[in-house]
Design a protein around this ligand. Structure first.
Ligand code: OOG
Ligand code: NI
Length: 463
């Protein structure tokens, strides 16, 4: 029998092999990430593993895929459900991006600490919004919806196996093998000729819309390794002559704790694709949609911490607008140094980040009574705080990654009101609850605090 986490690990590994064959620069990215991680581990020792063991970090990947309809999203949720991955978080990239990115997204991932430690594979999953009149007029919307309704992304056999794996939390070996084959194949780049005129019609609105609704299948858009020093990785990739996007998205590089997520990517590469012209002939074309992204993960922030992060991004925007020509990274670092706490200890004290707490093995054993405030327990050596790693995504960074890889701006009519979507809508459309990432981190923190209370023989609640 193959358990869900084994299916998840095998799926991630096979997808990685396939993507490496399809996009060789991805393999370079993985190699350079591994080198950087080994160097960081050598230089920093145990400290390098504070946000995840080197085993986890080396195997860690996130993928990105894009689907067209709620029905396709429901189906892909069944495939990921088989792998023990649940939808977490709602991202509205239509609002986060200045150019035309007509999608809403969630991320499928394991939610349980043990499952994350076994294999943290996650997939950023976006769904097209043909109903949003800012991007699609009534005629284009109906043609697009008809096109999407006529395609099948996931064969019924795959979905039947997926449902079994989800219900039974495992599959017999032969079924597991078949499931993996079909699941990986569903995300392979198709060789079927693309209707050139239709693709270009959508491309005028948005390159993302064309990538999703201009073809009869889906494909993995990128697969992202995790690196322990993203600035160093950026330098090494550039040295190797690989053209990176202009910036590293997310928090700046600075001397304080890493929070949330920093991401960058190499530019989308032209890939040969067969195109069918209006006269019916098939020609060799090239499309630039797939890229290679890399990320460094930091500490998960609480709602208050996240509000601070968002406020600081706004401040950096303001300053950048006021000082054109100044390096944004420099501005960001200065803002960070002024406003972001410079240590994990302060992040915890101000309730800005999440930690797991553990009774300290070398706690006082002189019969004295421990204090009842978590902060005092840590301060006085009764408990230790370990940061909880951020497992999710950032809408602005995601929009930045999308946009920096688009060929054109596309078009959007901001005079019209957009169609409203939110997490509840997405849950309904998918028939599965979209989980709140903050609630998940908080639960993990609270459970660890309750365990500390038990271990220290404190029966009352800690504060
Ligand atoms: C998704 C872009 C966002 C991330 O890591 O933030 C993303 C896409 O290009 O489909 O992958
Ligand atoms: Ni990504």
């Amino acid at each position: 029998m193959i358990s869900q986490w084994q299916l998840r690990a095998a799926f991630a590994a096979r997808l990685s092999d396939m993507y490496g064959r399809e996009v060789p620069a991805y393999t370079t990215l993985v190699d350079v990430s591994r080198e950087v991680n080994e160097d960081v581990l050598r230089a920093r020792g145990a400290d390098a593993e504070r946000l995840g063991s080197i085993g986890r970090v080396t195997a860690e990947r996130h993928g990105a895929i894009r689907v067209g309809t709620p029905q396709e999203l429901r189906q892909v949720a069944r495939v990921f459900g088989a792998l023990g991955m649940h939808p977490v978080g709602f991202y509205d990239l239509r609002e986060a991006a200045a150019s035309a990115v007509p999608v809403i997204s969630t991320a499928f991932r394991p939610v349980d600490g043990e499952e994350l430690a076994r294999n943290p594979f996650r997939v950023f999953t976006s769904m097209l919004t043909p109903a949003d009149p800012r991007f699609f007029d009534a005629d284009l919307r109906s043609r697009l919806e008809a096109f999407l309704a006529g395609r099948e992304l996931f064969p019924p056999e795959l979905l039947v196996l997926a449902d079994r794996a989800e219900a039974e939390q495992e599959l017999p070996d032969a079924d597991a093998e078949r499931f993996l084959e079909l699941a990986v194949a569903a995300f392979e780049l198709s060789t079927e000729p693309i209707d050139k005129a239709w693709y270009e019609t959508l491309e005028q609105v948005s390159a993302v819309a064309a990538d999703i609704g201009g073809v009869r299948s889906t494909h993995i858009n990128h697969l992202t390794p995790r690196v322990l020093d993203i600035d160093e990785l950026y330098r090494r990739m550039t040295e190797r002559g690989i053209e990176m996007i202009d910036t590293i998205q997310g928090p700046p590089s600075w001397k304080g704790p890493d929070v949330l997520l920093r991401q960058t990517s190499f530019r989308a590469l032209a890939e040969p694709r067969a195109l069918r012209t209006p006269d019916g002939s098939v020609i060799n074309g090239a499309l630039r949609v797939r890229f290679g992204e890399v990320e460094a993960r930091g500490i998960a922030l609480t709602r208050t911490g996240r509000a601070l992060y968002d406020r600081l991004l706004g401040l950096i925007d303001q300053q950048a607008a006021g000082h054109p020509g100044t390096d944004r990274g420099e501005l960001a670092r200065t803002v960070w140094e002024q406003h972001m706490p410079g240590s994990e200890h302060e992040l915890a004290a101000q309730g800005l980040a999440y930690f797991t707490y553990r009774a300290a093995p070398d706690r006082p054993r002189d019969g004295s009574r421990p204090p009842t405030r978590v902060a005092d327990l840590v301060e006085q050596g009764w408990a230790r705080a370990e940061p909880i790693v951020y497992e999710d995504f950032l809408p602005r960074s995601a929009a930045g990654i999308f946009q920096s890889n688009l060929s054109g701006e596309g078009s959007r009519n901001n005079d019209l009101a957009g169609t409203a979507y939110d997490s509840a809508w997405l849950s309904g459309a998918m028939g599965r609850d979209v989980l709140d990432p903050f609630a998940l981190y908080e639960q993990q923190q609270n459970r660890s605090v309750a365990q500390v209370a038990r271990d220290l023989g404190l029966d009352g609640a800690l504060d």
